[in-house]
Ligand binder design. Structure first.
Ligand code: CUA
Length: 327
């Protein structure tokens, strides 16, 4: 479980690409960087040269008329040459951007298709399947098989987010009423952090997400586990915990497959305990954080839609014990 804390400390850098899409964006970044460095050195160099030359001219007698004409001719040539060089460099950057956009957006493959829905303020993740019973719905954590291009279908319900997983691809908006698409592929196993990259209200900064890239057999095992309904509680404590969950307001918003709880507006909790974080990668998924979240969710994420629950200590412990069984 120490994995949890590592996940919350993952660096997000588009200069450390983990897949082909991000690698192309990184190449474009370096093209922009080195051309900008060359232009900067050129401009500062010519400025320095002009300043030195101006100081140098001062010690001579005033220029003659023929000298002035010669200077004007040189000036016109200089300005003309600089304009041509600037136009060529801008054209190179334009072509680089177009080619990168084309290659990043037009990849195809055989990996899974995953629907990501943006909400205030969390991400719903749906693994589509031709057989409805095989569909998996989870939240704030995307699992992908290593080495396969994965298609993300991006939609939104009540907010506009921009999904950015820097190690895997660039930013793409999630907009209500429109579907955008994005390909991601990880070439090695790892945990990558994503973040909303567009201001979306009070909890913009707490719109994180985790992508777990794992070998295909591990990914398939994860998917098979996620397809199972929640296990039956086996102890008095966890049975009591489930009773607390089902008799309170929780089922109005949350779903736990295998129980009567079928709410669709908040994260699906069927396999809550298998996730590394809670509240859109805002806190690690530990009993302590989960307990704090349930009793006062507005403390961790002010403005979110979850109401506070006032539970006795014993009931909270039972509820947490039950939620911990939802592997
Ligand atoms: Cu969603 Cu910022």
């Amino acid at each position: 479980m120490s994995f949890i804390f590592e996940a919350s400390r993952i660096a997000q850098s588009m200069l450390a690409p983990a897949g082909p899409h991000a690698a192309r964006i990184e190449s474009l970044w370096w093209l922009f960087f080195w051309i900008s460095v060359a232009v900067f050195i050129g401009v500062v160099g010519f400025l320095g040269w002009a300043l030195i030359r101006r100081g140098h001219l001062r010690v001579y007698p005033p220029a003659q008329v023929e000298d002035t004409e010669e200077h004007m001719r040189q000036l016109h040539i200089g300005v003309g040459a600089a304009t041509v060089v600037a136009a060529i460099l801008l054209f190179v950057l334009l072509i680089g951007s177009i080619l990168t956009g084309e290659s990043v957006g037009s990849m195809t493959g055989t990996g899974p298709t995953i629907e990501v829905t943006g909400l205030q303020w969390w991400w719903q993740v749906r693994y589509q399947d031709p057989t409805p019973a095989n569909e998996v719905i989870t939240a704030n954590e995307i699992h992908i098989p290593v080495g396969q291009p994965v298609l993300l279908r991006l939609v939104a319900r009540d907010v506009i987010h921009s999904l950015w997983i820097p190690e895997l691809n660039g930013k793409t908006d999630l907009i209500p009423g429109q579907e955008n698409r994005m390909w991601i592929q990880a070439d090695h196993p790892g945990v990558f952090r994503g973040q909303c990259a567009e201001f979306c209200g009070l909890q913009h900064a707490h719109m994180g997400l985790i992508v777990v890239a794992e070998p295909p057999d591990q990914y398939n095992a994860w998917l098979a586990q996620q397809r199972k309904p929640a296990p039956e509680p086996t102890t008095d404590l966890t049975r009591h915990g489930r009773e607390i969950f089902l008799s309170g307001p929780c089922p109005l918003c949350h779903q736990i497959q295998g129980t009567p709880a079928a709410g669709q507006v908040a994260p699906n909790l069927t396999h809550l305990a298998s996730r590394q974080t809670i509240a859109a990668a805002t806190a690690p998924n530990t009993p302590g954080h989960l307990g704090g979240w349930i009793t006062d969710p507005q403390d961790l994420k002010p403005g979110n839609n979850m109401p506070s629950m006032s539970l006795s200590g014993g009931d909270l412990q039972a509820l947490l014990a039950y939620l911990e069984t939802l592997k």
